[in-house]
Write a protein that binds this ligand. Sequence first.
Ligand SMILES: N[C@@H](CCC(=O)N[C@@H](CS)C(=O)NCC(=O)O)C(=O)O
Length: 210
Amino acid sequence: MTLKIYGTAASRAARPLWVAEELGLAYEHIPLPYLGGATRTPAFLAINPNGRIPALDDEGVIVWESMACALYLADRFKPAGVPSLAAENHAEQAEILRWSFWVVSECEKDALAILMHRELMPAERRKPQLAEEAERRLLAPLRVLEQHLQTRDWLAGTRFTVADICVASVLAWAQAATGLMAQCPGVDAWLRRCLDRPAFQTVRLMVKSA
Ligand SMILES: N[C@@H](CCC(=O)N[C@@H](CS)C(=O)NCC(=O)O)C(=O)O
């Protein structure tokens, strides 16, 4: 198997794993944890000198940065009989790129704060105030997405693409902010459509067994 994806599913590696599962790719999963030093070994630093997961190795082509990994896989692999996740024209490409960069720069930090302080951290270490501040900030970009989804089911073109994976995999972190989601019902419904997909459910099972 020549495609290797590094990183536990319980991390940003879920993004390229989701793409690989949607496309039915044959790949080797190396589920490195992000704690405990596994990403700081000389062998892994030779793959990603940043010492972070995810990373992938496609026959010697190395990609790191989770969104780059997801976008790369979608563009690189278009198996026959499987709906493509990649752009079919330059207008779709513009939408895929803008939403993927948008979610990292406008949403990811606050979505992570919500995840940490509403769900992941032990209750005694959570700071609800940090989650509330993040929710207040996130409302503005989510309203932009809400507006976009008024007239369409998916982010780019008229079908599910890698843009939906990139954005949904970040906004899934904010699902626990039920008040925020209630203010953006179109985003909430779209996010559920994305996360209900069998490929994402497969990744979720990988997270549970991680
Ligand atoms: N911007 C990077 C962030 C990667 C990142 O922070 N990954 C975390 C796991 S989700 C990690 O490897 N943390 C270990 C560390 O920072 O030492 C990406 O999207 O790939």
